[in-house]
Ligand binder design. Structure first.
Ligand code: NAD
Length: 258
């Protein structure tokens, strides 16, 4: 697919994990990708793609990037608000125990960062555009990690509002809700957390960055020209049964052999 020729796309958190795979696939489809991250990417980026150090929570970092992109390219077509942090898990992540610092940091990176990105990059979108916000299935249910879950619910809300406000300018704004994806973010994840996810997934495996990146590329392309304001789960079916899989399994077990 080469549908993204001449499109400049900014991917936050593009140094590793899902963002890195999104960078590779967007570039393969013809885009010029700006990898904006606090971390330097390992290895070579695709030809024409460049790395810029950017902390998504910093208005001045966004202003500097916007000025550079305006001078270098004139306009920007796309923004993938992919950078995110998970915060404390276990007891420290619970509503009763989360520290104010942890709460504020999660909202700052996962929700305020995308707001700042939308504000600065949408001003550079001159001929339509596409913004993809990487939320989570944690933004569609009651996840134990309170700050993370709330930040991802808020990001979905931000997407919807942005899709309404920017629609008249031809700018589409959508959310992707990944399920469990194996990336460096999950390096310390205990097995019981992975097993709990697997018990929810009809397709029987956890996800990889390669499951999410093609959906981002699709949303950047003209094939998605009339899609805006949606939340798209990419989760092996985890949200599809709305938690009711446990009932189906109990009924199946009870009636097997009957
Ligand atoms: P990851 O930790 O491997 O990558 C996240 C990237 O974001 C890193 O390169 C990191 O340096 C960057 N980043 C963090 N804080 C930043 C900041 N302030 N400014 C700029 N860059 C920053 O994680 P991932 O799994 O690739 O996560 C990508 C997105 O997907 C995140 O928003 C995450 O919340 C979301 N997500 C992940 C999963 C999963 O299971 N891995 C599931 C659902 C949603």
């Amino acid at each position: 697919m080469n549908g993204l020729d001449n499109r400049v796309v900014v991917v936050t958190g593009g140094a590793r994990g899902q963002g890195r795979e999104e960078t590779e696939q967007l570039a393969a489809a013809g885009a010029t990708v700006i990898v904006a991250d606090v971390l330097e990417p390992e290895g070579d980026l695709p030809a024409d793609s460049i790395y810029r150090r950017l902390d998504v929570t910093s208005p001045s970092n966004w202003a500097d990037l916007a000025e550079e992109l305006r001078n270098r390219y004139g306009s920007v077509f796309g923004l993938v608000n992919n950078a995110g942090i998970v915060g404390s898990r276990g007891r420290a992540g619970r509503l009763e125990d989360i520290s104010l610092d942890d709460w504020n940091t999660l909202l700052e990176v996962n929700t305020t960062g995308p707001l700042l990105g939308i504000q600065s990059m949408s001003r550079l979108m001159t001929d339509g555009g596409s913004i993809v916000n990487i939320s989570s299935i944690a933004g569609a249910g009651a996840h134990l990690a309170a700050g993370y879950g709330v930040s991802k619910w808020a990001l979905r809300g931000l997407s919807r509002i942005a899709s309404m406000e920017l629609g008249p300018r031809g700018i589409r704004v959508n959310s992707i809700l990944p399920g469990y994806i194996h990336t460096p973010m999950q390096n310390q994840t205990p097995q019981h957390f992975i097993d709990a996810h697997l018990s929810l997934i009809p397709l029987g495996r956890v996800g990889s960055p390669a499951d999410v990146a093609p959906v981002v590329t699709f949303l950047m392309s003209d094939a998605a020209a009339w899609i805006t304001g949606v939340d798209l789960p990419v989760d092996g079916g985890a949200l599809g049964h709305a938690g009711l899989r446990i009932i189906s399994e109990a009924m199946t077990a009870a009636t097997n052999g009957a």
